[in-house]
Write a protein that binds this ligand. Structure first.
Ligand code: GLV
Ligand code: MN
Ligand code: MN
Length: 408
């Protein structure tokens, strides 16, 4: 119990320090990729890794990595992301890195040992909040990013990932160097807050993730015609806001006809966004998720048909760009067994759970043995400044991850 308190205190200290690295002080954590807040968080993490005695490096995607050499070169990677959504919480992502720091500290200082080398990772731009993309470091590690992708994704100020990286001091032309030799990765482990209400409601300490939802993301552009709002008769206008509103208002209902599927329009932009000008353009995001790939595909098809239907009725045009497509993925059974064994031995209350949120573990699991450990979120709140997870629960997750690493 003393050890849990000690770990919890360290986790609390780190998280309270890291929450200061936000661009929206007093209104949650906003830590977008390739910003000064991101750089400060990375610096903090690197300093802490060095204090523990890890060998640190920052990869070409901006991920911070601290390595503990084992008898084997093959490596168990444990971590999560340091970026956040806009006005997000102080736990999403970064809590998993901080738990990893504690795992590394315990491996160094106490009587634990791992056959494999261990790396603590803080990944960059998992959320996709700035460039509407996401999973940046994990995709880079898997060799899935091309320089042309970095040029294609732009933020709301029209700055591409490519230019943002250059400004930040990274070389976008070398992104391919972040690719890992997958043979060298023994396992990928991620501790993350649940971001939903289930574990707390069931009184559990730990969630063992079975499946992470598949997700598809799109940007839709509805084209209208900019005209005078007062002089253009209702039957002679093409109003992009009116058309987009009719499209968007049906998207939730399409998803509701499927079990365990969700679809969200979370970002809308209107051009020129004036009171007395009929909108020329509306662009909006769609995010569709389910543990069943067929459901995601089918929801997308229905949304597309609906867009076609509405735009043709109102003489408007549209385009759809796919920005992300990842299939649902199961976590590794062997790793899940080790996590479960640790929970039983330590008498931590646990249950199996699916993840409705995306995580770096989603793309990673397609290529390497991967497992996720969830911890309860207070009232299920997340992606908001209300987000809270007890430090003791995080400490328990760190211990379970440590046991799993020792037993791999
Ligand atoms: C990340 O939090 C996501 O699920 O979008
Ligand atoms: Mn998130
Ligand atoms: Mn997250």
């Amino acid at each position: 119990m003393i050890m849990i308190n000690e770990i919890a205190k360290n986790i609390e200290k780190h998280l309270k320090a890291l929450r200061e690295f936000t661009s929206t002080c007093g209104n949650g954590v906003t830590r977008f990729p390739f910003t000064k807040e991101a750089k400060m968080a990375v610096q903090y993490l690197e300093d802490e890794m060095k204090k523990i005695g890890l060998k640190t490096r920052i990869d070409e995607s901006g991920a911070i990595i601290g390595r503990l050499e084992g008898k084997e070169k093959r490596t168990i990677i444990i971590g999560s992301h340091y970026d956040s959504v806009k006005y997000g919480g102080e736990f999403d992502g970064i809590a998993g890195i901080v738990c990893g720091l504690e795992v590394a500290r315990l491996l160094k200082e106490k009587d634990f040992s791992s056959k494999y080398s261990v790396e603590i990772i803080g990944t960059n731009d998992e959320e996709g909040a700035r460039f509407k993309s996401g999973f940046f470091s994990s995709k880079a590690m898997l060799g899935q990013l091309k320089v042309s992708d970095l040029e294609a994704f732009k933020d709301s100020d029209n700055i591409s990932i490519y230019d943002a990286m250059k400004d930040y001091g990274l070389n976008p032309d070398r992104i391919y160097e972040a690719k890992r030799n997958l043979e060298d990765i023994k396992a990928f482990l991620e501790i993350h807050i649940e971001q939903g209400p289930v574990l707390e409601k069931h009184g559990k300490d730990i969630g063992i993730v079975d499946t992470i939802v598949g997700m598809q993301r799109y940007m839709v552009n509805i084209q209208g015609r900019a005209d005078h709002a007062g002089t253009t008769p209702m039957d002679m206008r093409i109003d992009a806001v009116e058309v987009a509103a009719k499209v968007i208002s049906n998207i939730g209902d399409i998803a509701r006809t499927y079990k365990n599927a969700v679809a969200t329009v979370g970002s809308i932009n209107v051009f020129p966004n004036e009171i007395n000008t009929i909108a020329q353009n509306v662009s909006f995001s769609i995010d569709i998720r389910s543990t069943k790939q067929e459901a995601v595909n089918s929801i997308y098809q229905k949304i597309k048909e609906w867009i076609e239907n509405i735009t043709s009725k109102y003489n408007s045009k549209y385009s759809i760009t796919s920005t992300l497509s990842i299939n649902p993925v199961d976590m590794n059974e062997g790793l899940k067994d080790k996590i479960e064994k640790s929970c039983i031995e330590r008498k931590f209350l646990y249950e199996h759970i699916n993840s409705g949120a995306g995580h770096d573990s989603l793309p990673m699991a397609e290529a390497v043995d991967t497992a996720m450990i969830f911890v309860p979120s207070k009232a299920g709140r997340s992606h908001s400044k209300e987000e809270f997870t007890s430090y003791e629960h995080l400490a328990k997750a760190a211990l379970v991850a440590l046991d799993a690493i020792v037993n791999i």
